[in-house]
Design a protein around this ligand. Sequence first.
Ligand SMILES: N[C@@H](CCC(=O)N[C@@H](CS)C(=O)NCC(=O)O)C(=O)O
Length: 345
Amino acid sequence: MTSAQPKAVLYTFDGSVWGSAPRLALVEKGYADQDLEIKIVDLAKGENFSPSYLRINAKGTVPSLVVPILETTSAEVDTKFRALTDSKPILEFLDKSRSQPILDSKGEGLAGAPAPVLAPATIEGKALSDEIIKLVHADTANPNKLFLGARSVEELQKQKQGFVFDFVKNSTGALQNYQREIESASTATADGSSNPRSSATVESLKKWYSDKLASQSVLRAAYLDNDASAAETLVQETRALWHGIATAVDALESRIKGPLALGDQISLADLHIVPWLARVLTVCRGYAEGASVADDIDALDAALKSQGLSGHKTAAAGVGPKLREFWATMKQRPSFQAVYGAGLH
Ligand SMILES: N[C@@H](CCC(=O)N[C@@H](CS)C(=O)NCC(=O)O)C(=O)O
């Protein structure tokens, strides 16, 4: 990516789990600030639900990476863009786009930061990497749901006094506003004829907002409407989620080679584990409420042990040595300091 070329744009939010994965990758890969543009999509204000953002990422999630594709087949060089809308392909793209052969071909040689290869070198390594990435992205261990959840009605009352309540209120409010706007949008053109394209867009947006609001109904009713049965459902869902988290912690303990996921070398899998674990530890620190823990990972240890999560190795014996070593090693890295230096999220 030289300055003559159009730049890629990363849409992200600093407090988000998966938006932190490309942030870590940018540092690990040695990208400079000017290599790509970063645009903040404020999830706490529901900016990810705006029709303009949904045109970039139809799931309404961060991160997204919009990358230029140079078309050189015609006489003139034309730039088109394509959007990557999931952290896994985004990290793979960032890995490939700054490699030593590319730097050499641009004559940038050894100038600037090194560009380590993050993709595993072997078929076996790739299989393990894909397995680890899949397990931390499993919906059964979803760290965002954990953050918005509560293990008891008392815990929900506490959540209602803090940031989570504001988050649910503001992002739901934004979603409802966008829905109202689209419901009242006219698809008629100036001459009174209907424009099929815009009418199809309006219809698909209407459906999107209605589906999204339906998917958040338990959260909304539990937080904003003080609905007792929704509160109970949320508690049951959060308890089930803790089994998923414990399963993921067990799996990480048995899969991580040590000290990092695939051994000594940093790889793509590490940059997916860290955001997941950082958010899980943030939630566990919240449970511990100011109680002093020697290390963040001890808060996870305490949370796993205190919940009677039978059938999970690490819930019975505590967080194992592999995950502890992984966390201690990653915390030393400049990428970790750049993304989490001000605190876990
Ligand atoms: N599989 C996606 C998940 C992205 C995701 O869930 N992002 C969260 C923030 S960490 C989000 O944008 N949530 C907003 C929403 O779901 O409404 C990825 O890895 O990029």
